[in-house]
Ligand binder design. Structure first.
Ligand code: ZN
Length: 236
């Protein structure tokens, strides 16, 4: 059974009434609810000791989900380095929506990860541009969301290893909304929807993509390589 940890900064939900109404159990609560249908899941939040991401928790995590927005700077560098190391060792990481600006995503990408945005309550169409990819299995041609924040190009990320989805917005913008990367032994998946005041994590196709993403990101049986000084395999 794949073990998933859902990390949420859990700040909007404490102060914003609209967000409380959309996500009464927190964004992490809603994510954990549908993820728990198929995987073992626990949650962790910013205000917990070590942000809930202790060595023990990370050692038991196959795939970490990351949602953050207003408090990226409050995430301690020590914890970011710890997550980074686990990704290099093989832990999967799914970065959602405004997590594009998280310290961990920027560290893994090495670019600004900046983009255009507009919160206008308009719709969004997330096109499946890689139909044979396991992340979009069962999703169909596109996902229609009645409301989602506009995220537009240019998205300052390295060219994705695989581009899986591209989003269209009524303002004429497009956005690379489903991107995969490999870093060390780990797999990273960025997925755009999930603005805190819109109910995107109740959409079954969005849920499907996240669940498929968990399966894709989960570590393989491959052993993390050893580095450094090495004994010869032959007598020399
Ligand atoms: Zn947002």
């Amino acid at each position: 059974m794949i073990q998933v940890t859902v990390w949420n900064e859990f700040r909007h939900e404490k102060t914003n009434k609209t967000v409380q109404e959309v996500y009464p159990d927190g964004i992490h609560g809603q994510l954990a609810k549908f993820i728990g249908e198929e995987f073992t899941v626990k949650t962790a939040t910013l205000d917990e000791e070590e942000h809930g991401l202790t060595e023990e928790v990370l050692a038991e995590t196959d795939v970490l989900i990351w949602w953050g927005h207003m408090a990226h700077d409050e995430v301690q560098d020590e914890i970011v380095n710890r997550v980074h190391q686990r990704v290099l060792e093989g832990m999967g990481l799914i970065v959602l929506h405004s997590g594009h600006f998280s310290k961990i995503f920027k560290k893994l990408m090495g670019t600004s990860c900046d983009l255009k945005w507009r919160e206008d309550g308009k719709n969004c169409r997330i096109w499946n541009v890689n139909p044979s990819h396991p992340i979009v299995e069962g999703v169909g041609e596109c996902i229609e969301l009645e409301q989602e924040e506009m995220y537009g190009e240019h998205f300052d990320i390295p060219a994705p290893d695989e581009l899986v989805m591209v989003s269209w917005f009524p303002g004429g913008e497009v956005f690379r909304s489903g991107c995969t990367y490999r870093r060390g032994n780990g797999k990273v998946f960025y997925f755009q929807p999930g603005h805190e005041t819109y109910p995107s994590y109740y959409n079954e196709q969005v849920q499907r993509v996240i669940k498929n993403g968990i399966r894709w990101c989960a570590p393989t049986e491959n052993v993390y390589p050893s580095y450094g000084h090495a004994q010869p395999r032959e007598e020399i």
